[in-house]
Design a protein around this ligand. Structure first.
Ligand code: BG6
Length: 312
């Protein structure tokens, strides 16, 4: 489905998907008020919304609890821009393109129209798998054939599995991220634990690696850090919302921690008033020395699993 598609076309797409992949009371397709087709996953444990645009998870709400993901008030699915919030997929490069400054930041698929490949429903979970094929001549920025898919499974936890298959005949390098925006009560009060004793690359001081600190990460200014080879679970401790969000991951050794603070929010223009206070990004990624190399015919899966616990 192309961007900015008319409502009747979207209705047709949603109806076709409902027929092929809908599962009663568990996986439904409809047009979101944000102007695009979404899949709704519903289980007794949680509900999630996933947009076809960018295969972006927009919402995850465990039963009886508050929304876990932050979404910009300016988010639209029918515009050309990437949606700020939820979980954008950065693929097949993270940040700026390695050699071409004219290429889009964070890769090729954030605004792409993904296809639904599969849906599943079991006693404790509902899932949908979205896929996108890149043909080598489709972009000069990344001349490789590949298939990328994202399986989103909602249940007790929210589990995302991003799989890259090399469908071409030459190996390629890959960086990627599940650029997760979390809703928080107040940026000044949250802390992130699990990254203590780890050096990090400070993206605000290019080329600089900062030696490990002893304390949890706290925020009082713009923060943009890449931790590589950081396998541990990371926790967002949020006293205002009295909860902890656990970000567990596998085969994704990098973690990015980002908050734009005031000036960058103004430059970006889509954070909303005081949006930076209500969000923090903790991204499950493969970047820098953790970049992957995938041989023809091989595939690589990265996974993140989000869960919420009370903060006592
Ligand atoms: C983060 C990067 O992952 O994404 C930041 O570390 C970047 O440097 C941020 O500013 C947002 O990127 P974008 O392209 O969505 O504005």
């Amino acid at each position: 489905m192309a961007m900015g598609e008319a409502a009747p076309v979207m209705e047709e797409v949603a109806a076709r998907l409902e027929q092929a992949f809908g599962r009663p009371d568990a996986v439904r397709f409809h047009i979101s008020p944000l102007g695009g087709v979404v899949a709704e996953l519903a289980t007794p444990q949680s509900r999630a919304t996933v947009a076809l645009k960018g295969a972006q998870v927009l919402s995850w709400r465990p039963q009886g609890r508050d929304e876990v993901l932050w979404l910009s008030p300016a988010a639209r699915l029918d515009g050309p821009k990437a949606v700020r919030g939820g979980i954008p997929v950065c693929w097949p490069w993270f940040g700026p393109h390695p050699s071409d400054a004219s290429a889009p930041a964070h890769g090729l698929v954030r605004t792409a129209p993904w296809q639904i490949a599969e849906s599943e429903h079991s006693a404790g979970s509902a899932s949908v798998t979205l896929a996108f094929n890149v043909e080598p001549d489709e972009t000069a920025f990344w001349p490789h054939a590949a298939r990328v898919s994202l399986r989103v499974e909602a249940g007790e936890d929210l589990r995302l599995t991003l799989t890259t298959e090399n469908t071409g005949d030459a190996p390629f390098g890959l960086t990627a991220a599940l650029h997760s925006y979390f809703a928080i009560g107040d940026i000044a009060a949250v802390e992130i634990t699990g990254l203590e004793h780890r050096d990090f690359i400070d993206q605000l001081q290019p080329g600089k690696t900062i030696p490990a600190g002893q304390r949890p990460v706290r925020f009082d200014r713009e923060t943009d850090r890449i931790y590589t080879s950081a396998p541990e679970d990371v926790l967002i401790r949020d006293p205002s919302l009295r909860r902890m969000i656990r970000i567990a991951k596998s085969n994704s050794p990098s973690t990015v921690v980002w908050n734009p603070w005031i000036e960058k929010s103004e430059r970006l223009g889509d954070l909303g008033e005081d949006g930076y206070r209500r969000m923090v990004c903790v991204e499950t990624a493969r970047i820098g020395c953790d970049a992957a190399r995938i041989a023809p015919g091989r595939s690589l899966s990265m996974e993140t699993c989000l869960s919420v616990e009370p903060l006592v």
